[in-house]
Design a protein around this ligand. Structure first.
Ligand code: NAI
Ligand code: AKG
Length: 522
């Protein structure tokens, strides 16, 4: 039975397509209560959400849940600590919707400053308020950006055509980043007092709750515009109400205590209210869907966690090494075929040895990959229940393997043990298989379809392989074929533009009489 992913939200069908293509069962139902969905799908293992609230009570309704991806940036709607306590990894998709929000913020600024909303309303009503609605321009003004992450930076970039001066408040931004945008680092107080337009782009956290206070709002320039497309909780609504009684400032927002129909308390003091439209562009929705689907698939299928927000990879470990761990194990498992390993030996070289708890799940997932979808944690259970021994070995770093991983699957046939050993590394961001058995210095990029043959070295074998593939209209993209002259053995690793069927592999095998023939797709 394949693993189930629930998408209880309106999201591009790209996510469903990707997940189904990777062998998952996908249920996508927007607007249905999560309690109802939990009753119908208690076997859900992965979930992709947008603004849906995942409280401890809701999380408890999904006893099999392993991964949640917030298709977006802000994850304040998810109780990430509680999720962690239940071994659920929560991820977001940084950057996927940033441009949509940056453009919305520019639109909000100009709409406020030029009174588009009132201009539209009054003209429709038969009025002619041309004289009353004289606005002011964005060009040449000072814009304060609070929170200089993906959205804040894109906003600065998009505003460059307006020749504005940019003030930034972000306690975590580097001087280099500010210099890149010609922005000036200031305190939040200086930003509020010195800007004609202010746009909020920091996350909702304990530190930012109600941070936009009476003092800050009072210090704003007369007629200045404040845009909040970040989170409702950041601004003290009562303070805005009080300050607006005596001061002309404009407020535009698309965020509320809850994303739902109904009256909004902010209505009397907001000049533009949109229904959380920041990320609602076709492009952002597709970007977020694609990223979220790949992240769920990689986590549940390969034990690779990218952009986890409640189980962050430690400094020094990039997700590529989790991918390497999975890939090396998967090559070894493809070589082994259908049988289960008797034992798995793992060697983590260089800096990688300290990261075993982040790498071993990916190795176990790869070494258990009989079909496309294997849950890393389930794979560990399977391993234990089958009595398969897992051994992370002491390594000898004098071998100079750099940051590399060796996975040995020990095969037992009628009591005879055989070691199937594969090593790989990461080079220039590519997953590289560097050794299979005693054929080293292979250095082939492990992506796409590779068919591997190990055979007694003699002339004509490569010609046989390439001829049969050509007769099947399969194109070869790369071919490595080192020899072990001492043992008179050769390996041929043939990367192809499409999958090679078992029938074709058997045909080649019977022609060249190889000792091992297998295909791996990564
Ligand atoms: N209205 C909408 O539809 C959308 C709203 N958002 C909101 O915007 C926020 C920002 O999104 P991104 O730029 O993608 O996130 P990001 O994580 O790339 O950037 C957030 C920035 O805020 C900074 N920051 C953290 N604590 C801060 C503090 N106390 N004061 C000032 N800055 C602080 C961080 O250093 C970081 O640079 C999200 O957390 C989300 O709440 C995001 C996407 C869509
Ligand atoms: O998914 C949405 O429409 C909301 C986007 C958002 O607020 C976020 O990504 O933080």
């Amino acid at each position: 039975m394949s693993q189930k992913v629930l998408i209880p939200t309106k999201l591009s069908t790209a996510a469903k397509d990707i997940l189904e293509g990777n062998g998952f069962t996908v249920v996508q139902e927007a607007g249905v209560d999560l309690v109802e969905l939990a009753k119908a799908h208690p076997d859900t293992e992965g979930m992709i959400v947008r603004s849906e609230k995942l409280t401890p009570e809701v999380i408890d309704l999904f006893p099999n849940l392993k991964a949640v991806v917030r298709a977006g940036a802000g994850y304040n709607t998810i109780d990430i600590q509680y999720a962690r306590s239940k071994d659920i990894t929560v991820m977001n998709t940084p950057g996927a919707n940033s441009n949509a929000v940056a453009e919305e913020a520019v639109g909000m600024m100009i709409s406020c400053a030029r009174f588009f909303i009132e201009g539209d309303r009054s003209t429709r009503a038969g009025e002619w308020k041309k004289a009353q609605l004289q606005g002011f321009e964005l060009t040449g003004k000072t814009v304060g950006i609070a929170g200089f992450g993906n959205i804040g930076q894109l906003l600065a970039k998009r505003l460059s055509g307006f020749e504005v001066d940019i003030l930034v408040y972000d306690p975590f931004v580097s001087e280099d980043k500010l210099a890149e945008f010609g922005a000036k680092n200031v305190s939040l107080e200086e930003l509020f007092a010195g800007s004609d337009f202010i746009s909020l782009h920091m996350p909702a956290t304990k530190e930012t709750a109600n941070v936009i206070s009476t003092d800050l709002l009072t210090s704003m320039k007369d007629g200045a515009v404040l845009v909040n497309c970040a989170r409702y909780e950041i601004l003290d609504e009562a303070a805005l109400r009080e300050v607006k009684k005596t001061k002309t400032i404009y407020y535009a927002n698309d965020v509320y205590p809850k994303d739902a129909a109904g009256d909004k308390t902010i209505a009397d003091v907001s000049d533009i209210m949109l229904p959380h439209l920041g990320a609602s562009s076709i492009e952002a929705n597709t970007n977020a869907a694609v990223m979220a689907a790949n992240q769920v698939s990689n986590y549940l299928g390969k034990g690779i966690s990218v952009f986890a927000v409640n189980k962050v990879l430690p400094d020094g470990l990039s997700p590529e090494y989790q991918e390497l761990a999975y890939s090396v194990a998967k090559v070894a498992k493809a070589w082994m075929g259908d049988s289960q390993p008797y034992e798995i030996n793992i060697s983590l070289y260089g800096e990688l040895k300290q990261f075993d708890k982040f790498l071993v799940p990916a190795i176990v997932a790869g070494a258990s990959a009989n079909d496309k979808v294997v849950n890393a944690e389930k794979a560990s259970e399977i391993l234990e229940s089958h009595g398969i021994k897992l051994d992370v070995r002491e390594v000898d770093d004098s071998k100079n393997y750099g940051e590399s991983i060796t996975v040995d699957l020990i095969k037992s046939t009628n009591g005879k043990l055989e070691r199937l050993s594969v090593r790989g590394t990461v080079a220039e961001g590519n997953i590289i298989i560097s050794r299979i058995d005693d054929f080293d210095k292979l250095y082939y990029a492990a992506d796409g379809f590779s068919t591997v043959f190990i055979y007694n070295d003699r002339p004509g074998v490569l010609a046989d392989i390439t001829q049969i593939l050509a007769s099947e209209s399969i194109n070869i993209e790369d071919l490595r074929s080192p020899h072990n002259t001492e043992k008179k053995r050769s390996i041929a690793i043939v990367k192809t533009n499409s999958e090679v069927s078992n029938e074709v592999i058997n045909k080649i095998n019977s022609k060249i009489d190889s000792e091992a023939a297998f295909q791996v797709s990564l």
